[in-house]
Design a protein around this ligand. Sequence first.
Ligand code: 5GP
Length: 128
Amino acid sequence: MESKTIFQKLVDRELPSSVVWEDDSVFAFHDISKQAPVHVLIVPKKVIPRIAQASEQDALLLGQLLLTAQKVARQLGLEETGYRIVINNGADGGETVPHLHLHLLGGRPLSWPPVKNSSITSGLETSQ
Ligand code: 5GP
């Protein structure tokens, strides 16, 4: 049997976390290394490694994740000021934990695009 992801251990309460939401399908907790005043991770209890591995059967669960982000944002006072929901997928996406999760970020203005233009085009230049 494959070893548990860190997020499975948090869901199973084998490791401590600061929980902000839990129901039968979804678990949400504050990120240990926050990138904004509010930085919450929202994970499905079912282990899907990343969005690329989700299937049609996960459609309801994927919707529940987004609606949980909406609820937690309201709960933490972000509704008026706004927030961002992010999913990192794979190496270039910045994924470090192979257990699908949404980042909910808010409490300060977030820049867009998330990287400088020169970083964006340097990837394109090498492929032309
Ligand atoms: P990723 O880079 O995979 O999109 O995001 C993983 C996130 O998990 C990171 O923001 C990281 O700070 C967070 N993280 C990793 N380990 C732990 C942990 O043990 N507890 C909590 N609360 N967050 C964690």
